[in-house]
Design a protein around this ligand. Structure first.
Ligand code: PLP
Length: 356
C-alpha cells in the first residue's frame, strides 16, 4: 500500500529496519547520543547553528509540538494574533482557547491568500507580542507567504510562531528573519520518519529573555530544553521512533538534503497533476500558491469521494479526503515518502482506471 495522505508516509526499508534496533533505556548514554545526533541533524536540515537554535524533541504527534510551542512561548501577559486560513490555523485558536490564553483572530477565506493589507492594519493598531501562522495549510495545499508575513511582523515588533508541520524538510523557511521565534514540526511528514516523535525549534536568544509560563506539566518546552541540553530527557521518549528518525535523517542527507527533497516532490507533483489534467481533473489552487507537498483536486461531478477512494485503495493507493466544507468537493494527494518511479507509473495507471 502506498500512502498519499499527508503523513504518516510510506517508509523506506532503511527506516523500517531501524525500528527493530536494540532495546534501550532512555536514561542510558546510548540514548543521549542518539538524541543529540537527531538534534544536530535537525539543525542541519536548514543549516542552523546550535548557538542560535535549540531543537526540542517530544513524544507525540505534530499537534503536541504545536501545542507545546504555543503554550510555552506565549507569556502570561502576551497579546496573540492567530492568522487563519484553514483547519490547522483554527486548531491553534482552539488550543489557545482551551488554555484560556487571550487571542485575536485574523480570519481569511480558506480559498484565499492571507490578506496582507488587513493583517498590516491589525498588527499596526494593536501591539501584538506574538502572531501564529501555519506555513503550509494542509487543508487546501496552500503555502502561506511566510517571508512576507514575517517581515510584516518584524516591522511591528511581533514574534512569529510557525506551524511548519507539513513543510519542514521540503519547503524553504526564512529562519534568518529574527522575528521567527519558534517552529513546530514532526518526524512523519517531509522527513519520512514514523509517527511518535515531533519537535520544536526555538530561537535561543528569545528564550533567555522570556519568563517561562508554566501551563503544562508534560508539554513544557523549557523543561525539555534544559534536560536535552544536558543530554537527558524529562520523560520516556519513543525510543524506536527515535531510531527511525535518526535513519530517516541520514537518508535525507544521503539523498541531497532539503532542496533536493523539494525538487523530488515538485517533479512528482508535476507528473501527477499532468496525468489528472489529461483526465479532466482540475487542481483546486493554482500551482504558484500551492506547496510541493500536497495538492487538492476537485472531485468530478460523476464520482463521490468514497468511490474514488475505494477504487484507488483496491489498486494500492491511499488518498485523503477534503476537510469540513471540502468533504464532498475535494480530494487530496500528497507525494511524500518512499515513492519510486514504478509506484508513480502504477499511480498513473490507477488514476486512469478511476477517472476515465
Ligand atoms: C499534520 C499536521 C499537523 C499535526 O497533525 P498530527 O495528526 O497531530 O500529526 C499540524 N499542522 C499541520 C499544518 C499539519 O499538516
Amino acid at each position: 500500500m502506498i500512502l498519499l495522505n499527508p503523513g504518516p508516509v510510506t517508509l523506506s526499508n532503511r527506516v523500517r529496519n531501524a525500528l527493530s534496533g536494540p532495546d534501550l533505556c532512555h536514561r542510558e548514554e546510548e540514548f543521549s547520543l542518539l538524541q543529540q545526533s537527531i538534534r544536530d541533524k535537525l539543525l542541519g536540515v536548514y543549516n542552523l547553528s546550535n548557538e542560535n537554535w535549540a531543537p526540542v524533541l517530544l513524544t507525540g504527534s505534530g499537534t503536541a509540538a504545536v501545542e507545546a510551542m504555543l503554550i510555552s512561548c506565549i507569556p502570561e501577559e502576551g497579546q496573540t494574533l492567530v492568522i487563519e486560513n484553514g483547519v490547522y490555523g483554527e486548531r491553534m485558536s482552539e488550543m489557545l482557547k482551551s488554555y484560556a490564553i487571550h487571542y485575536d483572530r485574523h480570519t481569511n477565506e480558506w480559498e484565499a491568500n492571507i490578506d496582507i493589507n488587513s493583517l498590516r492594519v491589525m498588527l499596526s493598531k494593536k501591539k501584538y507580542s506574538h502572531a501564529v501562522l501555519v506555513h503550509h495549510e494542509t487543508t487546501t495545499g496552500r503555502l502561506n507567504e511566510l517571508s512576507e508575513i514575517s517581515e510584516l511582523c518584524a516591522r511591528y515588533g511581533t514574534k512569529l510562531l510557525v506551524d511548519a508541520v507539513s513543510s519542514f524538510g521540503a519547503e524553504a523557511i526564512p529562519f534568518e528573519n529574527e522575528t521567527i521565534a519558534a517552529c513546530a514540526a514532526t518526524a512523519n511528514k517531509c522527513l519520512h520518519g514514523v509517527p511518535g516523535t515531533s519537535f520544536v525549534l526555538l530561537r535561543r536568544s528569545l528564550f533567555k529573555d522570556t519568563m517561562a509560563p508554566r501551563r503544562s506539566v508534560y508539554l513544557d518546552l523549557f523543561k525539555y530544553l534544559k534536560a536535552q541540553d544536558g543530554e537527558g530527557t524529562p520523560f520516556t521518549q519513543s525510543v524506536q521512533s527515535f531510531y527511525a528518525l535518526e535513519e530517516a535523517l541520514k537518508e535525507f542527507f544521503d539523498q541531497g538534503g532539503r532542496k533536493s527533497r523539494y525538487e523530488i516532490y515538485k517533479q512528482r507533483m508535476l507528473k501527477i497533476s499532468d496525468v489528472l489534467n489529461s483526465l479532466r481533473i482540475k487542481p483546486f489552487l493554482p500551482s504558484n500558491v500551492n506547496s510541493v507537498v500536497l495538492r487538492s483536486f476537485l472531485l468530478p461531478s460523476a464520482k463521490t469521494y468514497e468511490e474514488v477512494h475505494r477504487s484507488l485503495k483496491t489498486q494500492g493507493f491511499i488518498i485523503y479526503a477534503g476537510q469540513n466544507q471540502y468533504r464532498d468537493k475535494l480530494f487530496r494527494i500528497s507525494l511524500m515518502g518512499d515513492i519510486s518511479n514504478k509506484d508513480l507509473s502504477n499511480l498513473e495507471f490507477a488514476l486512469g482506471k478511476t477517472f476515465s
